[in-house]
Ligand binder design. Structure first.
Ligand code: SF4
Length: 159
């Protein structure tokens, strides 16, 4: 077992039932799990901040989440919980976080603000970055194979 790498996956990659608008991408989770089985890595499932805060919900843009009373404080305290809970398993391992394309909380590059897809990170990713030293790669539910290629590139490079 290579003890140097650990992957923190966005919650919905393993459990799509938490996705907003009841989105579901057939085979995405199956393909990801099959892909991971080729690598000697540790995997940790991050909590889904939106589901924990609001349960089943429709899709919202980032500006709406940002202005929901109590949400920013909730994210900050959830990120502190994750930091505390993973401190001992992280040690000096190389950490990769798998973010979710276009998610208002979990994106690493672009988010919707109003009707515009604009440059920016998800609110949850920003909180995690404050506390964890990590590399971040995005998984796009609309481009599963490309996403797996990106993760493969990282894992092969750091193996
Ligand atoms: S992208 Fe993030 S907030 Fe959205 S369902 Fe997945 S884990 Fe939850």
């Amino acid at each position: 077992m290579n003890k140097e790498r650990i992957v923190f996956v966005s919650h919905c990659l393993l459990n799509q039932s938490v996705r907003a608008g009841e989105s579901f991408t057939p085979l995405a989770t199956q393909k990801l799990l099959k892909f991971f089985s080729n690598y000697p890595i540790y995997i940790y499932q991050l909590p889904c901040p939106e589901f924990l805060f609001a349960g089943k919900r429709e899709k919202k843009t980032q500006d709406i989440w940002e202005n929901l009373a109590g949400f920013q404080g909730f994210l900050s305290s959830l990120a502190a919980d994750v930091q505390e809970a993973t401190e001992r398993i992280l040690e000096d391992k190389k950490l990769l976080i798998i973010a979710i394309a276009r998610s208002p909380c979990c994106s690493a590059h672009k988010i919707y603000r109003g009707k515009n897809l604009t440059k920016g990170k998800g609110l949850w990713v920003l909180e995690l970055e404050k506390r964890l030293k990590c590399n971040i790669i995005e998984f796009d539910f609309k481009r599963v194979n490309e996403s797996l290629e990106r993760i493969k590139e990282f894992l092969d490079k750091t193996g």
